[in-house]
Design a protein around this ligand. Structure first.
Ligand SMILES: NC(=O)c1ccc[n+]([C@@H]2O[C@H](COP(=O)([O-])OP(=O)(O)OC[C@H]3O[C@@H](n4cnc5c(N)ncnc54)[C@H](OP(=O)(O)O)[C@@H]3O)[C@@H](O)[C@H]2O)c1
Length: 343
């Protein structure tokens, strides 16, 4: 199947080029960039120097089966007609089609240009809603921080440990690649190196996504930390009724034992006893774990992903695999590296 990556020179676009190149059923026929037009893909992504492909103008889209849009917020909603003319299936990595209600875009973003299309889009976080994805033609890959948070909390809802009325506080630590290749002053090495910086203490846009898909209001804070890749969510949960460790193991095993990309890491031996972005860097795995603080009627849940894999490009390919009825894990089977420096 022919595949194109619009926004191919960016961070998630580079990951998509890497994944599509290694995918047994997809062929990368186009990657776009205005800045790097006519330059090789390897010019922007040195890990892809072997690719015999040059960036092209996003105004000249090839006819493909699947188009991955790895562009900033607002671009897909503006160009969706051209994307859909060029491709049978559009998988968008931005937030443009993630929320079903236009009112949420008024509240959390700057409104929406094409609200009539929101009902046609399928949100993609396969562990949550894979049944919606077969045959989908407009797919909105779940956001990175929302994915980490939802994967951590989902089993508590599926096992009825949470109903949606409880207090949930989420703190996510994120790496610098979340900000994209264009970065900005705060992303420069001198400013970013060594930080643990409260970056979105309140009002982060992913709050809307978590609330929408888990049906719960959350208190959500994001810190920028000294990683390149990774999102690590710590969720403090205060259930109404007592919960045992056995209940928690039952809930998390029940939700995830058949999931190809979720690993439980919950207080075992060794150095990496809980979810750790370093342990999943470069892979499509999410790690999820928990601890019980019975004295304080608190659960603490941990979740770690690579924001550019499970949090974006990997999630997009996973969704496309399901949409086309392919093996879900096709092109995504590789594990990360260990040991490895700060990812
Ligand atoms: N980074 C993450 O961890 C992450 C995780 C989840 C979701 N996302 C979402 O994924 C999207 C891409 O993120 P990113 O981090 O990869 O961004 P990025 O590194 O800044 O890359 C953006 C890409 O979009 C292209 N682009 C920008 N404006 C365009 C336009 N008007 N028309 C066509 N192409 C345009 C850029 O190339 P040219 O300007 O050269 O054309 C570039 O290739 C964003 O919506 C982001 O919110 C990112």
């Amino acid at each position: 199947m022919r595949a194109a990556v619009v926004g191919g020179s960016g961070f998630t676009g580079g990951e998509l080029c890497r994944l599509v190149d290694g995918h047994p059923d997809f062929e990368l026929v186009q990657a776009t960039s205005r800045e790097y037009e006519n330059k090789t893909v390897g010019h922007a992504h040195p890990n892809l120097r072997h690719l015999d492909l040059r960036f092209s103008d996003p105004a000249d889209l090839e006819s493909v089966d699947v188009l991955f849009a790895a562009t900033p917020h607002g671009v897909s909603m503006q160009h969706i007609d051209a994307f859909q003319d060029a491709a049978d299936t559009v998988v968008d990595l931005s937030a443009d089609f993630r929320l079903p209600e236009a009112s949420a875009y008024d509240e959390y973003y700057d409104g929406h240009d094409r609200p009539e299309l929101l009902a046609d889009a399928e949100y993609a976080l396969p562990e949550l809603n894979r049944d919606n994805l077969p045959g989908a033609t407009l797919i909105a890959a779940g956001g990175c921080n929302a994915t980490a948070s939802i994967l951590g909390l989902l089993p508590l809802f599926e096992a009825d440990i949470l109903s949606g009325d409880e207090r949930v506080v989420i703190d996510v630590k994120v790496g610098s690649s979340e900000g994209g290749a264009s970065g900005g002053k705060a992303a420069s090495h001198a400013e970013r190196s060594g930080v643990v910086r409260p970056y979105a203490p309140t009002g982060h846009r992913h709050e809307a996504e978590i609330s929408e898909y888990l049906g719960i209001d959350v208190s959500f804070t994001v810190h920028a930390v000294d990683m390149i890749r990774g999102a690590s969510a710590t969720c403090h949960v205060f259930p109404d009724s007592p919960v045992s460790k056995g209940d928690l193991w039952g809930a998390y095993r029940g939700s995830y034992e058949d999931e190809p990309f979720v690993r439980l890491a919950s207080g075992g031996g060794g150095v990496y006893r809980y979810p750790e972005p370093k342990a999943v860097a470069g892979s499509n795995f999410a790690e999820v774990g928990f601890e019980l603080d019975a004295a304080n009627k608190r659960l603490v849940v941990f979740s770690a992903i690579d924001n550019m894999m499970k949090g974006s490009a990997g999630q997009a390919v996973h969704a496309a695999n399901i949409a086309y009825g392919l093996d879900e894990t096709a092109g995504l089977e590789h594990t990360g590296l260990h040991p490895v420096g700060a990812p």
